[in-house]
Write a protein that binds this ligand. Structure first.
Ligand code: PLP
Length: 396
């Protein structure tokens, strides 16, 4: 009999991390692998934020803090929501965790009963279904294809709701597609959700600042009547290039915030004191580099999308945000190429051309793959060249 618990058997390790480690192994073996798998900005954490961490160490901020965040960080998060989203929260409506991922984990551990359903539009971020499964819930996957720009429509949402629906997860801009919901689209979804008063909404806004072409970011808690049932999750990882610092946060109903703290108090306790001090500076300090960095990402997005669409066998939408694109490789699948599915495509691309990407099926939609363009233009130029040679080597 295996020592491993039944609940752990329900889940798999993160496939994005698996690709990244395979690429790392190949590189260690001397191969010239270009990794387009990682979900983190290639920019460094800004100096003012690093300095704040150094000051925190010197000041002696090296002890346990309140489990769910220091008062200073909670105040900075409170100001952020008011300043950027027009949302007003009390400090008892805010929680801080070790990354957005822990906030999500705590949320579902604290609120899911066996058999509760959570609506997850696919393509989805890989961790959502597995966290729900670990918590004993049932992910209700709703496939949202290219025709809908990979976004859930009010009709699809309506059809997915049952008596057991407890949560819906919205992620805009999205990992893995980069698609973002307009205000109009969110209003459309909210009309359905306003009718179903028992459903809670988890809005994952972690890519809020990585948006292009003057896209107006809008979050569902801004809808009158939904704020009381929405938990808005965000964090400093992507906007401030702070993935390694592990600070995420959420704001929403007091009972959920309290329940999250209870789980955290019996698991990790507080997030790192020093990282919390750095996150205060991130949120309260200068913000101008965010736009500058988003402009660099936009340049790379345009380069990647334009060039992918010039490769025989591939097609790619131009997303509104995040640092991912989600091209289709469907035309290259079949008997003639001997590529059965997107996993085959990705494996062969890595073996033959030494470019690491993630298969769409890992995100719940077959026939696609995810490219993270959070890497240098030089790398992207090289990678796109290799992808072109690989795709155009087939006769089909
Ligand atoms: N949500 C989405 C959609 C993500 O892509 C990520 C990270 O990749 C997270 C949440 C969690 O980020 P972190 O735990 O670094 O805050």
């Amino acid at each position: 009999m295996s020592i491993v618990s039944n609940s752990l058997k329900r889940i798999k390790p993160s496939p994005t991390m698996a690709v990244t480690s395979k690429a790392r192994e190949m590189r260690a073996a001397g191969k010239d692998v270009i990794g387009l798998g990682a979900g983190e900005p290639d920019f460094d954490t800004p100096d003012n934020i690093k300095e704040a961490a150094i000051e925190a160490i010197k000041r002696g901020d090296t002890k346990y803090t309140a489990v769910d965040g220091t008062p200073n960080l909670k105040k900075a998060i409170q100001s952020k929501f008011l300043r950027e989203n027009g949302l007003s929260y009390g400090l008892d409506q805010i929680t801080v965790g070790t990354g957005g991922k822990q906030v999500l984990y705590n949320t579902f551990m604290a609120t899911i009963n066996k058999g509760d359903e959570v609506i997850i539009p696919a393509p989805y971020w890989v961790s959502y279904p597995d966290i729900i499964l670990l918590a004993g819930g049932k992910p209700k996957i709703v496939k949202c294809g290219e025709n809908d720009n990979f976004k859930i429509t009010p009709e699809k949402l309506s059809r997915a709701i049952t008596k057991k629906t407890k949560w819906i997860i919205l992620n805009s801009p999205s990992n893995p597609t980069g698609s973002a919901y307009t205000k109009k689209e969110i209003i459309g979804l909210s009309k359905v959700l306003l009718k179903h008063k028992k459903i809670y909404i988890l809005s994952d806004d972690i890519y809020e600042h990585i948006i292009y072409d003057n896209f107006n970011f809008f979050t569902i808690a801004q809808i009158k009547g939904l704020k009381d049932r929405t938990l808005t999750m965000n964090g400093v990882s992507k906007s401030y290039s702070m993935t390694g610092w592990r600070i995420g946060y959420a704001a929403g109903p007091k009972d959920i915030i309290k329940a999250i703290a209870k789980i955290q108090s019996q698991s990790t306790s507080n997030p790192t004191s020093i990282s919390q001090a750095a996150a205060v500076e991130a949120l309260n300090g200068k913000q101008d580099f965010i736009k500058e960095r988003a402009n660099s990402f936009k340049e790379r997005r345009d380069f990647v999308v334009d060039n992918l669409n010039n490769i025989n066998g591939l097609s790619c939408l131009r997303p509104e945000g995040a640092f991912y694109v989600f091209p289709s490789c469907k035309k290259l699948l079949g008997k003639k190429t001997k590529l059965k599915n997107d996993k085959d495509f990705v494996e062969r691309l890595l073996e033959k051309s030494e470019v690491a990407v993630v298969p769409g099926s890992a995100f719940g939609l077959d026939g696609y793959f995810r490219i993270s363009y959070a890497t240098s233009m030089k790398n992207l130029e090289k990678a796109i060249g290799r992808i072109k040679t690989f795709c155009e080597s087939f006769n089909y």
